[in-house]
Design a binder for this molecule. Structure first.
Ligand SMILES: *Cc1c(COP(=O)(O)O)cnc(C)c1O
Length: 402
């Protein structure tokens, strides 16, 4: 096996067909660039779907993982390990949450949120509070619990029955939320801005309104910050923009800079919601993943990446405003370095993505017809400019739908 083509033939024969990967095989990455088996270079503005917070193969992250791998990787949760303690301490300090639980992925972090909501209510003497409220067009993951609160029918096809007691409301609609929350609600799970659903930023006051409704009914407010957290929006957590404090939030994606790691952070109020043996993960909080997490944070500090995301987000939006004049583009939305370019329904989004890819720029699609830009927070202005130039070229005469 040598070329892209040869590898892809083997992939088609040996790998499950649940994905539709682009037609090349990546072998190497550095910063915001990746290379394939044929030696072709790409500008990666997809950021591993908002995972590569510090870019591909940041030397400090590489070194931290390598040296931790030679020291201690895994001991199980029957024992403390120093890296997990250090990372939990850092996360509480940086987020203001009281306690942290580690998982290995976003969906697991969300499962922890859902179990926390149920068990906290149980522990608090409210065994009837078991129901969950979530938003339409949300995305919370693919395991059955997180899938059950994901408000997109396409992911539910053939997977039912899902978790009972979940109701879905329109995002950014407080009236809908008011009618959905009741005294049987254990928790409300929301993304502070919807990412996979198409980069949908709620109006000022929406999250605060939901907070108040949760308080009125004794329901927990659970934020899924798997994609929006970790500097992505120009704040360490996206919740900071609203000032709203959820009872717990999930983190993953950017937290390990590419190394699998997830976390749930909780406030003092609910910190005893999951008592011993109520929830666990074999790999969660392993020393190797936590060493990666610590390295990511120290890179964040050294390179001021959260501020950088805010500044470059502004620069990127400025560059993208020139696209709004094109008939293919109906709007630009998002925060920080999580930006969506919404396409007109006359445009074929998948083919547009492929046309941009053919010019060696990688991005992703959210919500069916939104080009999502979520590069490493280390991206430079000229790299963004290069990507926008390609977008402008493709979107000037875009592939038509139908
Ligand atoms: C990606 C994502 C998840 C799922 O994360 P996995 O690591 O793929 O399980 C959950 N919630 C949000 C908001 C996400 O963007």
């Amino acid at each position: 096996m040598d070329s892209n083509r040869e590898y892809i033939e083997v992939a088609r024969a040996s790998s499950l067909a649940n994905y539709r990967p682009a037609p090349f095989v990546l072998t190497q990455g550095e910063g915001v660039h990746v290379w394939d088996r044929d030696g072709q270079k790409y500008l990666d503005l997809s950021g591993g779907i908002a995972v590569l917070s510090v870019g591909h193969c940041h030397p400090k992250l590489v070194e931290a993982i390598a040296s931790q791998a030679g020291r201690l990787m895994h001991v199980s949760n029957l024992f403390y390990n120093d890296r997990a303690i250090e990372l939990a301490e850092q996360l509480t300090r940086r987020t203001g949450f009281a306690k942290v639980y580690f998982a290995n992925s976003g969906t697991e972090a969300v499962e922890a949120l859902l179990k926390l909501a149920r068990r906290f209510q149980h522990e608090s003497g409210h065994p009837n509070k078991t129901e969950l409220v979530a938003a339409k067009r949300s995305f919370h993951g693919r395991t059955f619990g997180s899938l059950s609160v994901t408000g997109q029918d396409k992911y539910h096809v053939g997977m039912k029955p899902l978790l009972p007691g979940v109701s879905f409301v329109d995002y950014n609609d407080l009236h809908a939320m008011r009618s959905a929350i009741s005294d049987n609600t254990a928790g409300v799970v929301l993304e502070p801005l919807q990412a996979e659903g198409g980069i949908i930023v709620p109006d000022d006051g929406y999250l605060k309104g939901v907070r108040d409704l949760c308080d009125a009914h004794g329901a927990l407010l659970l934020f899924d910050e798997v994609q929006t957290g970790y500097g992505r929006t120009g704040r360490f957590l996206a919740r900071e923009w609203s000032g709203v404090r959820p009872d717990a939030c999930s983190l993953a994606k950017g937290i390990g800079g590419g190394f699998p790691l997830g976390a749930m952070a909780v406030t003092e109020r609910v910190e005893n919601g999951l008592p011993p043996s109520s929830h666990a993960s074999t790999f969660g909080g392993n020393a190797l993943a936590c060493a990666a997490g610590l390295a990511v944070l120290s890179i964040f500090d050294e390179e001021q990446l959260v501020k950088r995301a805010e500044r470059l987000g502004g620069v990127l939006r400025e560059m993208l405003t020139s696209l709004v004049d094109l008939p293919a583009v109906v709007g630009i939305r998002g925060m920080g370095l999580l930006i969506g370019v919404a396409l007109d329904p006359s445009v074929d989004a998948l083919k547009t993505l492929a046309a941009i890819r053919a010019e060696h720029v990688l991005m992703t699609i959210a919500g069916g017809n939104v080009l999502r830009i979520c590069p490493a927070l280390t991206v430079t202005e000229s790299e963004l400019e290069e990507g926008v130039t390609v977008m402008r070229r493709v979107l000037t005469d875009p592939p038509k739908a139908g």
